[in-house]
Design a protein around this ligand. Structure first.
Ligand code: GLN
Length: 203
């Protein structure tokens, strides 16, 4: 099972640990050669302008996009969601993968509430709601016809799926709940994820 975590910036270790707790040994992806044979890739949070530039500089942007178009699944969290979007409000020139038919608004939750946690109901995951950590989070302001809205916080769209692409405005790797990582592995990567042990990541 070949699952990678883009390791240019952000909480790479936490995503690798979440994968490990799902019974999967993920591998960090830093160069185009690291993409070889990947079934799925996680793009962690960070700063999307920086990660976009690093994607270009490392030569990963084009091969990564090509591999996704050829069938690789992608799970973008926060900055990952921004980089997956076709349109980024106010940042039309920012380098991105542009694989999902969505428009995002960066830093959508305002400066005074830059970070917060909430219990987020996600019907596709069942009960209980998922503890969701938002850190200078984006929101999705438009979805195209092929895009499924999996969760909203109030009237803000924060979790979307388009086939094998999954994108969250929050950080599932920062809580011990593995359901969203498992959802990605099963539904987007087509992997049979067996019984998992509880995350060893304590907060
Ligand atoms: N605010 C960041 C951006 O616009 C995203 C923050 C995050 O990934 N936690 O890129």
């Amino acid at each position: 099972m070949n699952i990678g975590v883009l390791a240019l910036q952000g909480d790479v270790r936490e995503h690798l640990l979440s994968l490990e707790n799902c019974g999967i040994k993920g591998r960090p992806v830093k160069t185009p050669a690291d993409l070889y044979g990947l079934t799925g890739l996680i793009i962690p949070g960070g700063e999307s302008t920086t990660v976009g530039k690093l994607l270009e500089r490392s030569g990963l942007l084009v091969p990564l996009r090509r591999q996704a178009e050829a069938g690789m699944a992608i799970f973008g969290t926060c900055t990952g969601l921004i980089l997956l979007a076709k349109n980024i409000e106010g940042y039309e020139e920012q380098p991105r993968l542009g694989l999902m038919d969505i428009t995002v608004r960066r830093n959508a939750f305002g400066r005074q509430v830059e970070s917060f946690e909430t219990e987020l109901p996600i019907p596709a995951l069942g009960d209980p709601p998922l503890r969701a950590v938002f850190i200078r989070a984006p929101e999705v302001v438009r979805v195209g016809p092929g895009v499924e809205i999996l969760a909203s916080w109030g009237d803000r769209i924060v979790l979307v799926r388009q086939g094998r692409y999954l994108a969250a405005a929050f950080h599932p790797e920062l809580t011990p709940d593995l359901r969203l990582h498992r959802y990605f592995l099963q539904e987007c990567c087509g992997l049979a994820v067996g019984r998992t042990r509880p995350s060893s990541l304590s907060r």
